[in-house]
Write a protein that binds this ligand. Sequence first.
Ligand code: GTP
Ligand code: SPV
Ligand code: MN
Length: 600
Amino acid sequence: MTSPLHASVPAGLGSTKPDGHARLTTWIRECIALCEPDQVFYCDGSAAEKEFLTTEALRMGVFIELNQQKLPGCHLHRSHPNDVARVEQFTFICTPTKEEAGPTNNWSAPDEMRARLKGLLKGAMKGRCMYIIPYMMGPAASPLTQVGIEITDSVYVVLNMHIMSRMGSAAYQRLGADGDFNKGLHSTLDLNPDRRLICHFPQDNEITSVGSGYGGNALLGKKCLALRIGSYLAKRQGWMAEHMLLLSAESPAGRKHYIAAAFPSACGKTNFSMLIPPKHFAGWKVATIGDDIAWMKPGADGRLYAINPEFGYFGVAPGTNYLTNPNAMKSIQRDTIYTNVAMTEDGDVWWEGKDGAPPAKCTDWKGNPWTPESKEKAAHPNSRFTAPATNNPALANEFELASGVPISAIIFGGRRASTVPLVYQSFDWEHGTFIGATMGSEMTAAAAGTVGKLRLDPMAMLPFCGYHMGDYFTHWLEMGKKLTQPPLIFGVNWFRKSAEGKFLWPGFGENMRAMKWMIDRCEGTADAKEMPIGHLPEPKDFDFADMEGFTTSDFEKAIAYDAAGWQADYRLAGEFFDKLGGRCPSGLKDRLAKQKARVG
Ligand code: GTP
Ligand code: SPV
Ligand code: MN
């Protein structure tokens, strides 16, 4: 077996230690004493470091070489087959009381969990290298930016953090002598699912993750810090941490709107954030600010301002191609880490739904020979790419804007085969909060669980809210009161199906049409019909010109109002609100009663 230790480290690398921050150096010392690594590597985020660790990852077999002519700087990683998605059943919010974590989170008393984790981590890094990663979530100059230190024994994590965060000594500089930082300790242990725990200690701004090397379980800046800890900090400090993409849309006349959209995992955020308007919308420009996470705060002018705390994309590979998402395809041609995709004979990557016919032969995500006759998929359904945001040809100029961008519209959308129309508008902020709070979605491969099962996933935050969901709803209502110019709130559903099981809406770039109606609503130039569930566009209000084979009757099916479906949805919502007990804001309960009566 190849050693996970680095036999020789080039001069100047692995040695950028923080100094002058007593709490930080003490914590690092404690982690070293607990985990007993054979080597400690202090990361600086430099290109030289990335190059060295990439070579080492190849030597260790953590990375598999891809065709460097076709895909320069790109590498393949194969996870352990039992470690391919987030694990909600092993994710814990460790608050002093169970009540604070609420009924939608797994809870453990902090002391008990700490003792258990200590037991698991004792000597866990013997024979391994420990990496100390300083990073920032957010642009260096933004007041919303948070600093994290991730300590990990995975070189794969380090190389992903190089792409996904603003990593390096600048994070230490931002901390100064006593700045607050998120403590993140991660060890893959032996990847045994019985010893897999993703634990959050919101009161201590601390995360400990063991037993997994995958995505949201291991890249602690993303779901753990930016959402679970982030949402807790946001509640206390008066801002919002949301599972939302961010984009700008500029009209041919040069009018720009910024839009945030919350769709659950694997429900279209990356795609929507990189949308290319169809020909019919010549002159419109859509640019990506973020594809997964938004941190938002009311500004002095009463508008809601947002930043994307991330620096790269950890995107779903299957279904990504030059037709559905050309900007994503262009973003992943260089300096990209591919995880759990298939590899062709010439060292290219492949996944279900990539352009062209499947290769006659390839190696599947587990490393086994694969042909189109094989029963199993070549790429794992949750296989992913990690790509720098700066690769995206449609990256917005505002990507580094410290003040963030003022949001015109917030969109909530799930994956719903029935009931939910293509697009509709809430009556007001409180009703918009209600739409978010009651949104359902069919589960995807992004998390371990039953794919296709309908569950309520409020604001796409069910797996990511670091405190009681009822208090989170209250926070949404409170934030609305602080905004004198609140964004309009919409609901969308790109995934409605016909009785024959076919999508009623072509989706992807065509989603521009729904966005155009929403923008027109923001500008007060589009009509809508008032329906029990909100304002819906009628065919005359919605531009579906130049859509091949798409008729008014198709549009009517996609937008159809289904009273019985809504009654079923509201029953599910009622059960969920009941589960939240007294902490579910009465404003939302009253709304539900009102909505139930309206849909009849
Ligand atoms: P996470 O990274 O897990 O948070 O996912 P995401 O919300 O960014 O989802 P993503 O954009 O990666 O899309 C997930 C899957 O949905 C991919 O297979 C896409 O091809 C598919 N998809 C995205 N947008 C649409 C759409 O408008 N219509 C249809 N039918 N499928 C879509
Ligand atoms: C999601 O599941 O919403 C993701 C992927 O964005 S992960 O980073 O694994 O959470
Ligand atoms: Mn996500």
